[in-house]
Design a protein around this ligand. Structure first.
Ligand code: C2O
Ligand code: CU
Ligand code: CU
Length: 508
């Protein structure tokens, strides 16, 4: 699968890196004291699973066990090598002892959670094979669907690709008072695309072009399985979707043309449900859907499709895979289907109001007249942010913010639009949840943009925002988490691994 040679190189590269970063061995410095509410052991190791008939597939997977606290806090994602699902209550103190049983350096990032610097999975805290690291944090986030994955610099893409992705679901009182669908009606669905060889083994990057554009596979997996069917009853469901793909963007739509009802995004529930004709889901984004199957006939099959769309790019992006996700001339493909049961329908209504949410206004930020601007940049074969690439501990003067302040960041994706039409970049910021204030698009990219922009859901809390080619997005960020060095980067994992990532410093 081509992973072994890269691992060998990575192990060499990281040996020197580890020597230079003794802090990596010390564990969390800002650890919460006292006995945690939940204490887990989380182990990453190679394994083999049966995905297709014939030979099992070599994967990497996380497995967790509860050492202290609620035994039901960890559940496996049914019939999957992905996961597990960790469920906690807001306010709980969580301690995770990570064991790296992989042949490569690794570490865990808690995507979307606001945690101290030493628990955030910054690549400088990478640990070698056979090492342990303890993550210690209090769950400050709102109820929502967060996730965790590796973050070793230069190797995040291949490790997530190999199967390392789990869910971290937070509940809180406000959410629980709503009585949303739960238990078997609360379903997590991780969307990924993959390529396999004839022996059922995963194939990762083939060419430099894969790396520049991001990996796109020809087989869609949901929770690690092809041709995914959700067997469901005729009642309401809460579907938690995570785009766990390395670079594929989905334009999701129900095949019967019914609108998609969205109740939550990256940072939890929206103020009220919204509907969209289709939904844009970029890598790392999450969305929570309300799906009322009581409206469907007994025995019906409902399909979730991904529709073709243009990315305003030309020439070079053609032939990126037969399902064309995001290329011109691509076609629709099925992501999953829902098999509706034959029992009596149990109608339900979504709550009219889901969550209290203060309006977000640019004026809340001191810098709203001159936002801090992050340009995606593309020197030949070198993607960056403001013309820079990742350096392990480097922070530029214009990458320093102050704890407790609120800023507008203007994210601009106009890199090389003339030359290549540009590329989409899902931009993710660690250490915060932010609000989206506004979007605009360069006139040259408008026609392609109109084919996908109706699918953005910008009403709620976000940690990742898709920037289509030509797009600029203003986000409102309050830095009220923790001081220290945090990351912002493109969550196209091939872009991230190439260095389209930077540190920013939160000064106390
Ligand atoms: Cu989900 Cu820095 O990443
Ligand atoms: Cu993250
Ligand atoms: Cu990118």
């Amino acid at each position: 699968m081509g992973m072994d040679r890269r691992c060998f190189l990575a192990c060499l590269a990281n040996a020197s890196l580890l020597a230079a970063a003794p802090g990596a061995w010390a564990g969390s410095k800002q650890s919460v004291s006292g006995t945690p509410d939940l204490e887990l052991e989380l182990r990453a190791s190679p394994d083999q699973v049966v995905i297709f008939p014939g030979k099992p597939t070599r994967v990497w997977r996380y497995q967790a066990k509860v050492l202290h606290g609620d035994k039901n806090a960890v559940a496996s994602l049914p019939d999957s090598h992905l996961g597990p699902i960790i469920r906690v209550q807001r306010g709980q103190h969580v301690r995770v002892h990570f064991i790296n049983a992989l042949p490569q350096p690794s570490l865990v990032h808690w995507h979307g959670l606001i945690v101290p610097e030493a628990a955030d999975g910054h690549p400088r805290y990478v640990i070698g094979p056979g090492q342990k690291y303890t993550y210690d944090f209090e769950v400050r986030n709102r109820a929502g669907t967060y996730w965790f994955h590796p973050h070793p610099h230069g190797h995040t893409g291949e490790q997530v690709y190999a199967g390392l992705a789990g869910l971290f679901i937070v509940h809180d009182d406000e959410e629980q008072a709503l009585g949303l669908p739960n238990d078997a009606q609360d379903v997590a669905l991780v969307l990924q695309d993959r390529r396999f060889d004839r022996d059922n083994q995963l194939l990762y990057l083939g060419s430099m072009m894969d790396r520049m554009m991001g990996f796109v596979g020809d087989t869609i997996l949901v929770n690690g399985r092809p041709d995914y069917v959700l067997n469901a009853e005729r009642r309401a469901y809460r579907l938690r979707l995570l785009n766990g793909s390395n670079s594929r963007i989905y334009k999701l739509a129900w095949q019967d043309g019914s609108p998609i009802m969205v109740i939550g995004t990256d940072g939890g529930l929206l103020e009220r449900p919204v509907t969209r004709p289709y939904l844009t889901l970029a890598p790392a984004e999450r969305v929570e859907l309300w799906l009322d199957l009581s409206l469907l006939a007994a025995g019906e099959r409902l399909r979730l499709l991904s529709l073709p769309f243009e990315t305003a790019s030309i020439g070079m992006m053609g032939g990126m895979g037969m399902m064309g996700g995001g290329t011109r001339g691509g076609s629709s493909f099925e992501v999953l289907s829902v098999q509706v049961g034959r029992g009596a329908a149990q109608p339900a209504r979504p709550p009219a109001k889901l969550s209290a949410m203060a309006p977000a206004r640019a004026e809340q930020a001191a810098n709203h007249r001159s936002p801090r601007t992050v340009w995606t940049t593309m020197a030949p074969m070198r993607l960056g942010l403001n013309g820079r690439v990742f350096e392990m501990t480097e922070v530029a003067d214009d990458e320093v913010v102050h704890l407790g302040t609120t800023e507008v960041w203007r994210l601009v994706n106009e890199a090389s639009m003339g030359m290549m039409g540009g590329m989409p970049h899902p931009i993710h910021i660690h250490g915060v949840q932010f609000r989206i204030l506004k979007r605009s698009v360069h006139p040259a990219a408008e026609s392609a943009w109109l084919g996908i922009s109706q699918g953005h859901v910008d009403e709620g809390w976000k940690d990742t925002v898709l920037l289509m080619p030509g797009e600029r997005v203003d986000v409102l960020i309050r830095f009220d988490g923790y001081p220290g060095l945090f990351l912002y980067h493109c969550h196209n994992l091939e872009h991230e691994d190439m260095g389209m990532m930077r540190n920013y410093l939160v000064k106390a």
